[in-house]
Design a protein around this ligand. Sequence first.
Ligand code: NAP
Length: 318
Amino acid sequence: MSKFYHIILTHSAGSIPTYKLCRSASSITCVVIERVTMSAKLLEGKPIAEKIKEEIRKEIKTLGRKPVLATIQVGENPQSTIYLKSQKKRAQELDIELQEHILLDSIAESELINYIRKLNQDKNVTGILLQLPLPSQINSKNIPIHIDPLKDVEGMHPENVGQAIFGKMRIGSCTALAVMELINATGVDLYGKEAVIVGHSEIVGKPVSLLLLDKLATTTTCHIATGQRGYLPTHVKRAEILVVAVGKPGIIHGEWVKEGAIVIDVGINRVNDKIVGDVEFEKAYERASYITPVPGGVGPVTTIMLMRNLVESAKLQR
Ligand code: NAP
């Protein structure tokens, strides 16, 4: 006659895979005959953002003046308009003054730089946010260096990027900081963890890689060449922490996700009038320990991190 035992073999952040073991009365040989997997915990951004908002509210009271955020939008762009709408809402909630600067679509790169320089000198302005994308005549990579590093609320000035390399980030990429807040909310210890970042943009992939490295995670950054050589599944399959920021729906197949992985899906894609991420959500949900929804995961935390950067800017200018 055989007896059945349930034992816990592994326990990684929220998922407890359960193995059913069979033991014969006459032998001590144990065989794994069944595996039952728990679904992931949904890592929603709103509660995390709310908590940070309350901390920011308290900090603003200590500043002695209302922070002023100057946003620059060049021409009409639906993506920027949506982002601006959520920033306005956040600013209102926190009693932050938001100045909207809308410039002509035809503006030359040099004119935009001059405009930014004027805002740098304006003592009333605490932080400057340049909405992307920019029209084709402007190379967006040329602009961050012209924003006063103390007013650079997106953390894209080389001086601020450099601080991150030395592990002394003052103002950092809002999305990268949001990714770190979400990972921290799981309670995971990053020390020595296999972290795979898919996407190496200046605004997401690279700063996330740096921040994870700073926590002594073992980081691998994947990009277009990784995808083209067919190595994406190999890297994703061993990721204990997986951050995806590509902008291609379903580029990460659910079955590639390691059991118990923490999955942060930064991607925002519109498919048949629905917003989806870069990860095949349903299948990944079955395997991950935590996974961010799209929408409702990284987005709400990103907008609040912008306001936290603004407060940091105000403190640095005191
Ligand atoms: P991006 O500048 O276009 O960068 C995309 C990255 O993906 C690039 O590094 C690119 O590599 C890489 N890539 C493209 N195809 C690949 C493939 N087949 N395999 C592996 N890597 C590949 O975009 P981003 O600004 O980082 O944004 C990425 C996504 O996140 C977008 O959907 C965006 O809307 C979203 N986003 C969300 C938030 C938020 O708050 N939720 C904030 C920012 C961005 P190469 O450069 O080498 O081609």
